[in-house]
Write a protein that binds this ligand. Sequence first.
Ligand code: OSB
Ligand code: MG
Length: 369
Amino acid sequence: MKIEQITLHHVRMPLVSAFETSFGRQHERECILILLRSEGLLGIGECVADQTPGYSYETTGTASHILKDFVAPLILGREVQDAADFQRCVEGIRGHHLAKAGVEMAIWDLLGQRAGHSLREMLGGVQEKVRVGVSVGIQETTAQLEQVVDGYLADGYQRVKLKIKPGRDLKDTAAVRKAHPGLMLQVDANSAYTLETAQALLPLDGLDLLLIEQPLFEDDIWDHRKLQAQLRTPVCLDESVISLRHARYALEMEACRIINIKAGRVGGLSEAAAIHDLCRENRVPVWCGGMLETGVGRASNLALASLPGFVLPGDISASDRYYIRDLTNERFTLNPDSTIDVPAGPGLGVTLNLPALNEFTLTQTTLRA
Ligand code: OSB
Ligand code: MG
């Protein structure tokens, strides 16, 4: 497939409600939407970098730079056979996984459209709908948190993840657990603790949580091993697993018992699928993380989460949990059994809502072969 043109849209969209994590509160979410043109087809990808480097060192600013000045020149006018071929093209670019993953997604979309296969079929997904949960931000008070959780349970979500940080951990989590004894509940600290301050998390062991996500430094594996040894609850790594190699390190070190897989963080869907395969061989459960994606990234996450090793509910909520107006014409809704249908159309199986894309675009750049 010859890549003839790349258009980058830096977009900013209002969130339905503010989202607060240990690294900050956001009312809007940014990303880079990537449009690839090849042989009369339009492939779409979402680079999940946000405005600030709170989750990852990458931002919409660094991703724009890397995509425009380094990735685009390597693929424009070139025959790109498949995702592996794309990764070979860009292997000289160190890091910048979120940027590369956005382009790989658009290549999968092109490949699927050309072959008439859905992304799910191409990746080897086995589920036509996937189990999902909701990620709940830190609220002003514990009482407000309980209200927000009640609202999501009324919507039908059967698994809840609470964002925590030092000082807003045990009390919040215990209150939600007390109100909902049978709920599938988990927490995510986004690297807010050190091995020392994480001692405050040990009582979480009594709350029957599915997992504790990324308590320690975003690049740490070794201290997570020490913390996991102190906990009955599985530690789940997010930020620190940036490649198949890092997934292997984490499993060999027994730093975690569960892995959250995000295609963006690991440089693309192909690496994400490889991590899935490794975990499955080792009988380590995985689940699909989220980055507040638009309908484009959501379609990709649903296809990935349809692989057989994704045995825990993903952070893939319905479109209306995030955006009143989305970038895709298709909207994703929650089924009564707390699942979302995996798109079945060719490629990602979604189409762009161009007026919405134009409304939310801050800047747009087109590069040609
Ligand atoms: O750590 O999982 C995370 C959102 C942005 C950045 C990091 C994370 C998250 C979430 C939201 O938890 C998951 C979602 O998309 O619903
Ligand atoms: Mg996380």
